[in-house]
Design a protein around this ligand. Structure first.
Ligand code: ATP
Length: 450
């Protein structure tokens, strides 16, 4: 009789909560008693008990009453060791449930080379490195999330892997999950398809440290964003650490929901700046040291690493690739690594890095960024909304090209070089106090240099 009433209530719930929600949340429930106005239901997992009580308690009560059950209250508790409820019409057979804490985490493999030891620290990445170290200590959470951002190949993934390595070495009891945002989406879609969404939720909420790489990937992907948001909140509420990386600041990721954006900004947001000469040289020296062990007998002439650090400014990945090729080539042909050899062997990389940014390109990108007309960049308008982007473009032209001030003036509608100088100074001054402007310029620089 009790089961029959529950059957009717469940049928009604399918109509009220929808088929998918029903098969995920209602179908796995089992009614175990209906006494003294209390309907006792059991769910297969703890997470499900909480979720269903919070989200479906009321509808379940109503549906039971409509089915004629004299119910005042519904309780949902963990069904100890029983087989999951099967409702064949709506739910494909579910895998036997194991508590999330006992399951392997669906993380991406970690690169064994990406450790703190192999990470070279310089001015452009020192804050990111310090913050990553702090998280890797595994102590109480001080900032949540840690949001690392920066252009291509500047070490975001390296730092995240380093955190994961360190945590598993020092705190093997912690459940650390590292994966890319793309993998997060893939797992989520798969869970939806296989009707395992509850397991998915439970698993992601069972970790101590969650690291999601390249989060910009989920922008514009609505249900993944939604799920990410809930996972994020649940973990933050439980005081678990979250580390996120992206190729730009939270405020600059288009099509990211506002609530996620503001959540991401809540913790510590750190920028990995483009490398400077010293950092590039440091990285090259470290790598060359390691290569010397693999290629004993190879001679590296003075000045080669300095030359590469000076000429290859794009990103660390390219820099590393150049060095790898150089060592392999030199060992194959049995020659000393000299400047000439480097120029010969790396001609294509050096040419690509030589790409000069033009003033026209700067004007176009800045106009696009601030949503003003390109013609206004060089036109006479003095409106602040146009004059400021124009000054930004002047500033970038000075810093990213080798053009002289009079030449820049000519490209900006024949303006005098003193006007250009004034514009550049103005931006310099403003950047010291206006962090939004400083960020805009950082972003535009990266856009232009990549
Ligand atoms: N400071 C550094 N010291 C040593 N190696 C570095 C440093 N920064 C980057 N690298 C190396 O450069 C390569 C690219 O770094 P990584 O994959 O972490 O970049 P990323 O910022 O995640 O970029 P992307 O978004 O393109 O994946 C890696 O091989 C990494 O080890």
């Amino acid at each position: 009789m009790t089961k029959e009433l529950w059957g009717q209530a469940s049928d009604e719930l399918r109509k009220t909560v929808g088929k998918t929600n029903h098969s995920t949340w209602i179908a796995p429930l089992e009614i175990v008693a209906l006494n003294d106005g209390i309907a006792a239901l059991e769910a297969p997992t703890k997470f499900m008990c909480d979720w269903v009580s919070r989200n479906y308690g009321e509808p379940i009560l109503r549906a039971l009453r409509n089915a004629g059950a004299p119910v005042e209250r519904v309780t949902i508790s963990l069904g100890a060791g029983r087989a999951p409820v099967a409702e064949p019409a709506a739910t494909p057979a579910r895998k036997a449930h194991r508590p999330a804490e006992d399951q392997d985490l669906p993380g991406a493999p970690l690169d064994a080379r990406f450790t703190f030891d192999s990470f070279v620290v310089g001015k452009p990445n020192e804050l990111a490195h310090a913050a990553a170290r702090r998280v890797a200590e595994g102590g109480p959470v001080t900032f949540n999330p840690l949001f690392l951002y920066g252009g291509v190949g500047l070490g975001k993934t390296h730092l995240m892997h380093a955190i994961a390595h360190e945590l598993s070495a020092q705190h093997s009891e912690l459940r650390v999950l590292y994966l890319s945002a793309e993998q997060f989406m893939y797992r989520f879609v798969q869970a939806l398809r296989d009707r395992q969404i509850m397991d998915f939720k439970e698993l992601f909420r069972s970790v101590d440290v969650l690291m999601v790489d390249d989060v910009q990937f989920i922008a514009g992907k609505d249900s993944t964003q939604e799920e990410f948001f809930h996972t994020f909140n649940a973990l933050v509420d439980q005081g678990k650490q979250i580390v996120i990386s992206a190729d730009r600041a939270p405020g600059e990721i288009k099509d990211l929901e506002e609530r996620i954006r503001s959540r991401l900004q809540c913790g510590l947001v750190v920028d990995l700046h483009p490398t400077d000469y010293e950092l590039r040289l440091g990285i090259l020296q470290t790598k060359a040291e390691a290569y010397r062990a693999s290629y004993p007998g190879l001679v590296l002439a003075n000045g080669v690493l300095e030359f590469l650090a000076h000429r290859i400014t794009t990103n660390v990945r390219v820099l590393e690739g150049a060095l790898t090729r150089l060592f392999a080539f030199a060992s194959l042909v049995g020659r000393e690594i000299t400047l000439d050899l480097a120029q010969e062997c790396l001609a294509d990389i050096l040419r690509a890095s030589d790409r000069r940014v033009t003033i026209e390109e700067i004007q176009r990108k800045v106009a696009e960024h601030y949503n003003v007309r390109l013609s206004d960049m060089i036109g006479p308008k003095r409106l602040r909304t146009i004059a400021r982007p124009r000054q930004v473009a002047m500033y970038l032209s000075k810093h990213l090209t080798t053009r002289s001030l009079p030449e820049i003036g000519r490209r900006f509608g024949g303006r005098d070089h003193t006007t250009i100088m004034h514009g550049i100074r103005k931006i310099d001054e403003l950047m010291a106090t206006d962090s939004q402007l400083a960020e805009d310029i950082g972003l535009l620089r990266r856009l232009m240099e990549s």
